[in-house]
Write a protein that binds this ligand. Structure first.
Ligand SMILES: Cc1ncc(COP(=O)(O)O)c(C=O)c1O
Length: 384
């Protein structure tokens, strides 16, 4: 099997799974309980929080645990909008956000917030000048992702941060679910970022943990009220086994970040070199430092993405279509449509997403198998 679907989810690291099992068996008290079992759990919870904070270069009290990247995004946006509604009602986002952000923004629009959705260029990147022009005295929140999950483009978070230096009252949220461990951290997480979302299952931790970085002093309303966990901002009993495993997985994932990103780049470059200049093939990701090394999105004209995904699956290669949306065309609202890729081509797009464990030999095998498919379709579709 060749697994090229790491942006969808990653396989749990065995060491992180060991931590999960060990904590489930041995440190199972509720961190809020007053007795010693609770104390032990509380200590481990705070040790995990500190480890994650240290790895991200922030303070432990700035790390909040949620259930997923989606929840972190929902909370950052809705919680900020609710907390700041007296100060303004304008929200700015991009046209290529994950649905957890774009649908949260839509929900806020239904509640009466005014929304500006920034366009993107042919690489799926927003123009900081457009953001500057969109800011007004009612703007309370800007939410722009670090790395796009469909094509891999890195958004100009640094330039946006510089612009937002002049607007200290505007909250800046970055969805970095696809950006961790890609050796681009300083590009996507600047001191100007107020909120930032991560998701455990994208870096080999078990599912069920989201992280929300909340800069000290930033206002947010809770979305989940209850027993007052997470400083009364996100109630519910903490998922300690998965949180401890997340801290472990993150440490291991970031251990050799530079080398890992290089490995992913090599796999991507190999496949991209093969795909380049082939009639009927459209490549939407680029082999440069404006794209994360982990994603390669392309389309083969005349064959639907779903068909290609299943054809590759039959040969033991796991990939995905780019858009999880369920609209009729299958591309409406997707990054490719925001990039103004023609629908007839966008419906053929698939995404390969890599991990440091993928090898150049796997890339060679992919090329061999894909080439068979390509030759067959190229012939019946007269692409040559
Ligand atoms: C950019 C981005 N944001 C948010 C999410 C949602 O994360 P989760 O699956 O943990 O809810 C994803 C998941 O694919 C993503 O790629």
């Amino acid at each position: 099997m060749i697994y090229f679907d790491n942006s969808a989810t990653t396989q749990v690291n065995p060491a992180a799974l060991d931590t999960y099992n060990k904590v489930s068996k041995e440190i199972w008290g509720n961190p809020s309980s007053l007795h010693k079992l609770g104390d032990r759990s509380h200590q481990l919870l705070e040790a995990s929080r500190k480890q994650i904070a240290d790895l991200l270069g922030v303070k432990p009290y700035e790390i909040f645990f949620t259930s997923s990247g989606s929840e972190s995004d929902n909370w950052a946006l809705k919680g900020t909008a609710l907390a700041k509604k007296e100060f303004g009602n304008h929200i700015i986002t991009s046209s290529v956000e994950h649905a957890a952000v774009s649908n949260s923004v839509r929900a806020l629009e239904d509640l009466g917030f005014r929304v500006t959705v920034l366009p993107v260029d042919k690489d799926g990147r927003v123009n900081p000048a457009d953001l500057k022009a969109a800011l007004d005295h009612e703007t309370i929140l800007v939410s722009i992702m670090g790395v796009n999950n469909e094509v891999g483009s890195i958004q100009p978070i640094k330039e946006i941060s510089e612009i937002l230096e002049d607007y200290p009252n505007v909250t800046f949220h970055v969805d970095n679910v696809q950006a961790l461990g890609k050796n681009i951290w300083s590009e996507v997480f600047t001191p100007r970022v107020d909120f930032m979302s991560l998701s455990s299952h994208k870096f080999h931790a078990p599912r069920g943990v989201g992280i929300l970085y909340k800069k000290a002093g930033k206002m947010i309303k809770p979305l989940i009220d209850g027993g007052g966990q997470e400083k009364a901002l996100r109630s519910s009993t903490e998922n300690l086994p998965a949180i401890a495993a997340t801290a472990k997985a993150m440490r291991l994932y970031l251990e050799d970040e530079k080398q890992n990103a290089k490995q992913e780049s090599q796999v991507r470059e190999k496949i991209m070199t093969y795909l380049k200049d082939k009639p009927g093939i459209h490549i939407f990701s680029q082999d440069n430092d404006k794209f994360a090394p982990s994603i390669l999105c392309f389309a083969l004209e005349g064959i639907r993405g779903e068909t290609l995904v299943h054809t590759l699956e039959d040969k033991g290669i796991f990939t995905s279509t780019t858009s999880a949306c369920s609209s009729r065309s299958g591309v409406e609202g997707s990054t490719l449509s925001a990039m103004k890729v023609d629908d007839s081509i966008a419906t053929g797009a698939i995404r390969l997403s890599f991990d440091p464990s993928n090898t150049v030999e796997e890339a060679d095998k992919f090329i061999e198998i894909f080439d068979d498919i390509y030759q067959h379709f190229a012939e019946i579709n007269h692409l040559k």
